[in-house]
Design a protein around this ligand. Structure first.
Ligand code: HEM
Length: 144
């Protein structure tokens, strides 16, 4: 079960990163060209949100089904001293949860705001920052 979940989490990582990057780039293009918010941007913010939440669910599954939570609760000192263990037991989960919260705030601001320019700015700021945080804690060597 763990291996299947790990493969799905990795495959979905490509989709999430691609969707989030396209979302931010399209919001930037709309904003710089002073254009009305495109329908595609609405769809992309929904797709990025859904993929992010699915990643979160799978990640929580991996964290609690796998060794990570147990390792941290049983031997926190050793985990914190060992970079490879600390990476998945602490850094990947905490930074990525904050990143997914920012993506969620970005979508909700996009829905609530009425002025196009402000909608686009909300996506650039929240989804952009969320993506930067997540990208800083993706194990790139395992993706490629
Ligand atoms: C959009 C956000 C995320 C991305 C892009 C992402 C990406 C990845 C990638 C590429 C891997 C390596 C997969 C492999 O080696 O096959 C991984 C592993 C893992 N991720 Fe995430 N992740 C995200 C969010 C999360 C969250 C929120 C959690 C926890 C709540 C989490 C928990 C884990 C765990 C426990 C592993 C397994 C490490 C292992 O046993 O080798 N991830 N993640």
């Amino acid at each position: 079960m763990y291996t299947g979940l790990l493969h799905s989490h990795r495959s979905l990582a490509y989709l999430f990163l691609l969707s989030a990057l396209t979302t931010v780039v399209l919001a930037l293009v709309n904003r710089l060209q002073n254009k009305p918010t495109s329908k595609a941007l609405n769809g992309l913010t929904i797709a990025t949100l859904a993929l992010g939440h699915l990643q979160l669910l799978m990640g929580l599954g991996l964290y609690f089904v796998g060794p990570w939570f147990g390792l941290l609760t049983e031997n926190a000192g050793e985990v914190m001293r060992t970079a490879e263990l600390r990476y998945f037991a602490v850094e990947h989960i905490s930074i990525n949860v904050v990143g997914i919260v920012l993506v969620t705030v970005g979508r909700s601001r996009f829905k609530k705001l009425e002025v196009d320019r402000r909608k686009q700015q909300a996506v650039i700021a929240y989804v952009g920052l969320g993506l930067l945080l997540i990208a800083s804690r993706v194990p790139w060597d395992r993706l490629f």
